[in-house]
Every structure is written in structure tokens, then in C-alpha cells.
Ligand binder design. Structure first.
Ligand SMILES: Nc1ncnc2c1ncn2[C@@H]1O[C@H](COP(=O)(O)OP(=O)(O)OP(=O)(O)O)[C@@H](O)[C@H]1O
Ligand SMILES: [Mg+2]
Length: 475
């Protein structure tokens, strides 16, 4: 896939991923953990309350039945001689002292005659009101008359009393409920820890993948002690290694293609030079000979002079065109002169054809006389020529500077920069769509392991740069 198509494909992919709504894993896990913990607390509490309520009801009712039976049996109607009221008071105190039941003496109007013996003690250990309301079963009571025939002295009221049973259940609850709550909290905390751990590990793999996407295929996802993440990292790394190998093979193929295409161009240039050159030279020599011969003729037709002049002019033009074509196929000085001389010849050529633009060459003395290899020189030459042409054609620049330097931090690297004072690329902030010129430069740079920086604006100037390593991959 070529660079622009690849870029468009990535943009389309980016748009597609932006449109799709995604939900973070942490939000789902935390939401689920909270919901599960809360429902667990509620369900367990509800089951405990229902069971405890039933147990309270059963226990208090059975205690009530026993107490009621005892009262009925021990408090028969009196027909004189016995102090039934004293007996009833004693019985009431005795029953009131038992668990789960209460007993009180009421007057004939139903008003209590006696305070409960154990009521105060019991209320001290009682459960909170909301809990008592939740647990209290329906009231069960019975009134047994205290008689001294023919008078009814009062009533002995026996009732089921769940207070102490409820207090006991509350005692269990006040331990179970906080434990349940703490267990829920621990579950949420665990979910938080797990998601933090997982997202951190995923983020480190994602960071490595983002770097790979940027073209740094030598980056590797970090290894992990968790099996699943170690497998994921191994998978990503295997993919990166595979891509790296594929890219290296592509670069090699590209380099071979460029090498063979340059060899082909050189052969055509040589053929043109060797075949056409002498023939054109011979043609021009023959024409000038013919002109010399006709010049001596006393009466010659004017049309003959004009025709011979036209032949000479056309021969010259064909020779010039052939030279330009040969130079375009392979610079004549390549392999004969240094890189600086090659570029100097290029700049001089521009001065001849475009007088309205001043093209200057600036060569660092360190680079002068160096020869990074024929293919690298050719790529630098083609880069400089295309960039100067672009500055003239697209930027309408009046001054173009071609500089040849070395990088201070990488002394072996040759940096060729073309700077112009034109209006710069026109596509807003983004990079303009590359044409054949830039695609050719990029392909060559990749094959040679060089870096191409497409035009960028800085301080009202347009710069474009090629960084050629020394030695480059192909020589
Ligand atoms: N120095 C520059 N100033 C202004 N615009 C530039 C400059 N260099 C490149 N560009 C922009 O980059 C685009 C791509 O340049 P490139 O050389 O790849 O293609 P082209 O010149 O349009 O066509 P080709 O080189 O194939 O004949 C140009 O169309 C132009 O808009
Ligand atoms: Mg161009």
C-alpha cells in the first residue's frame, strides 16, 4: 500500500473507531461489584429477618400457651376462705419473671394495679425501635378473671412478650450486619484493585502498540508475570517481529527495484550518449561543412541558405534535448565528481533556466569532497532537484537555498535541506497530498534507510529535508 492510501485507510479506521461507542471495563466491573454487594447485603438481611421473626413468633407463642395454662390451672374461681388477689399477685410476679411472657393485674375497669416486676430490666437490653417494629409478631394475650364469689376483683393479663427474644436476635444482627457490609466493601475494593491492575497492564501493551503504529517496530510490549498478559505481550511482540521482517523484506525489494531501475536508466543514458552523441556531432559537422561549401558558390538560392540554417538550428536543439534527457536519466557528473560538485552543477543549471529565482548552494566544509555512494548521491541529487522545482512551481519562491550539512549529534549523517521564501504548501495545517515527486523521494529514502521530512513552514520560510545515514544501506 502506498503512503497516501495507507494514510487514508488509517483516517477511515480512526473515524470508524471514534463513531463506535465503547464502555470502559472499570465502569462495568465497579458497577457490577456494587450491585452484587448491595443485593447480597439486602437478600441476606431479608432472609435473616424473616427467619428470626418466625422464630420469635413461635417461641413467644409457645411460652404464652404454657403460661396461660398455668394461670388457668392455678387460679380457679374462689368461693371464700382464700385470698385470691394475693395468690394472683404472686402468680403474676412469678409468670412475669419467665422469658417470653408478661403478666399484670388489672382492676375490673381494665387499669393496671401493679407495675411489672422485670419490665425495667428488660427494656435496658432492648433492640432499637425500628428493629423491634420489624420483628414484633401480632399481639397474643389472655385475660383470666380473679374472683371472690360473687365479686370479680380484677383480671390477670397474660401476654406473649417478644422483647427479650428480639433483643437476643438484635445481638446477633449487630454482629452479622456490619460483617456483611464489610464483606461487600471488600468485594468492591477487590474489584477496584483488579481493574486498576488489569487496565495498567493493558495500558502498557497499548503504549507499545501505539509506538509500533507510529512505525517504531523495534519497540516491544513488556513481559508480565500474569500468564494471560504474558501471552498477550508475546502475541503483540510476535506480530511486531513479523511486521518488522516484512518491512525489511519490502525495503530490500524496494532497494533492489530502485537499484535495478537506476542501472536501467544509466544504461539508457549511456546508450543515448554513445549512440546519439557521435551521430548528432556528425550531423552538425556535415551541416556546417555544407554551409561552408555553399558559401563559396557565386549564385546560390536564398532558400538553400535558410534550409541549411534551419537544419543546423534543429540539430543543435536535438543535441541539447538529448543532453537534458541524458542528464535527467543519470547526471553526467555522477561517479566523476564529489556530491558538492554534483549539486553545484545542478544549481548552475537552475540559474540558467529560471533567472527570476536565485538558487544558492551552501556546503559545510566537513561534507565537501565526501562521497556517500552513488545511489545515495543520486537520491540527494534527485531530492534537491525536486525540492527546488517544487519551491519554484508551487511556492513561487524568489530565493531558494540548498544546504549540505552534517548533524552535530550524528556526525556520520548528511543533512540536505532546501529552504525557500515562497508562499509554502497550501493545504492549511495538514500535509498536502504528495505527488509523484515526494512519493519518489520517500521510496528512495526508505530503501536507503534515510529520513525524508516533507515541506514544513517555519518563520515564513518553507523547509524540506533529507537525512542520509553514512554509510547508507545501499551503495
Ligand atoms: N516548496 C514548496 N512550496 C509550496 N508547496 C509545496 C512545496 N513543496 C511541495 N509543495 C506541495 O506539495 C505537493 C506535492 O509535491 P510533489 O512534488 O509530491 O507533487 P507535485 O509537484 O504536485 O507533482 P510532481 O512532482 O509529481 O510533478 C505540491 O502539489 C505542493 O502543493
Ligand atoms: Mg513536484
Amino acid at each position: 500500500m502506498s503512503a497516501p492510501t495507507e494514510g487514508l485507510a488509517f483516517q477511515a479506521f480512526g473515524r470508524a473507531t471514534r463513531v463506535r461507542r465503547t464502555v470502559p471495563l472499570r465502569r462495568i466491573v465497579m458497577g457490577l461489584a456494587c450491585a452484587v454487594s448491595l443485593s447480597l447485603c439486602l437478600i441476606v438481611s431479608a432472609i435473616l429477618i424473616v427467619n428470626a421473626r418466625q422464630a420469635v413468633q413461635e417461641e413467644t407463642e409457645s411460652a404464652f400457651r404454657l403460661a396461660h395454662e398455668a394461670v388457668v390451672r392455678r387460679l380457679p374461681p374462689s368461693h371464700g376462705g382464700r385470698d385470691t388477689m394475693t395468690e394472683a399477685i404472686g402468680l403474676a410476679e412469678e409468670i412475669d419473671g419467665l422469658r417470653h411472657v408478661s403478666a399484670r393485674i388489672l382492676d375490673p375497669e381494665g387499669q393496671p394495679l401493679q407495675h411489672r416486676a422485670h419490665g425495667q430490666l428488660r427494656s435496658e437490653a432492648s433492640a432499637p425501635q425500628w428493629f423491634s417494629a420489624l420483628m414484633t409478631p401480632p399481639l397474643v394475650e389472655a385475660l383470666v378473671p380473679i374472683t371472690h364469689y360473687p365479686n370479680v376483683l380484677g383480671m390477670l393479663r397474660v401476654a406473649a412478650d417478644p422483647t427479650d427474644e428480639i433483643a437476643e436476635v438484635w445481638g446477633d444482627f449487630s454482629i452479622i450486619l456490619p460483617v456483611l457490609f464489610l464483606a461487600g466493601l471488600a468485594m468492591v475494593g477487590l474489584a477496584f484493585l483488579m481493574t486498576t491492575l488489569l487496565t495498567r497492564r493493558l495500558q502498557s501493551v497499548q503504549a507499545a502498540m501505539a509506538q509500533m503504529q507510529d512505525g517504531r517496530l523495534s519497540v516491544r510490549a513488556p513481559d508480565d508475570r500474569l500468564t494471560e498478559f504474558a501471552d498477550l505481550a508475546a502475541g503483540v511482540n510476535a506480530l511486531a517481529s513479523h511486521l518488522q521482517a516484512e518491512q525489511a523484506e519490502n525495503d530490500l525489494l524496494q532497494a533492489r527495484l530502485i537499484g535495478s531501475s537506476e542501472a536501467e536508466r544509466s544504461r539508457i543514458a549511456l546508450d543515448l550518449h554513445d549512440e546519439m552523441g557521435p551521430q548528432l556531432f556528425a550531423l552538425r559537422a556535415a551541416v556546417s561543412h555544407a554551409q561552408a561549401m555553399t558559401a563559396d558558390l557565386p549564385e546560390r538560392p536564398a532558400a538553400l541558405d535558410e534550409t541549411l540554417d534551419a537544419i543546423a538550428g534543429h540539430a543543435l536543439e536535438v543535441q541539447r534535448s538529448a543532453r537534458t534527457a541524458i542528464n535527467d536519466l543519470r547526471p553526467m557528473l555522477l561517479g566523476e565528481a564529489s556530491l558538492a560538485e554534483l549539486l553545484a552543477e545542478l544549481v548552475t543549471g537552475f540559474r540558467d533556466v529560471a533567472s527570476e529565482t536565485r538558487v544558492v548552494l551552501d556546503v559545510d566544509p566537513e561534507v565537501e569532497g565526501s562521497s556517500p555512494g552513488e545511489l545515495a548521491e543520486l537520491s540527494i541529487y534527485r531530492f534537491a532537484r525536486e525540492s527546488v522545482l517544487n519551491a519554484m512551481r508551487h511556492g513561487r519562491a524568489t530565493v531558494v537555498r540548498v544546504s549540505l550539512d552534517t548533524m552535530p549529534d550524528e556526525p556520520g549523517q548528511i543533512v540536505v535541506r532546501v529552504t525557500d521564501n515562497g508562499k509554502g504548501p497550501q493545504s492549511g495545517t495538514g500535509r498536502p497530498t504528495p505527488g509523484f515527486g515526494q512519493i519518489g523521494i520517500e521510496d528512495r529514502a526508505r530503501a536507503l534507510g534515510a529520513t525524508y521530512l516533507p515541506p514544513w513552514r517555519d518563520n515564513r520560510l518553507t523547509h524540506t529535508e533529507l537525512r542520509m545515514p553514512r554509510p547508507c544501506k545501499l551503495r
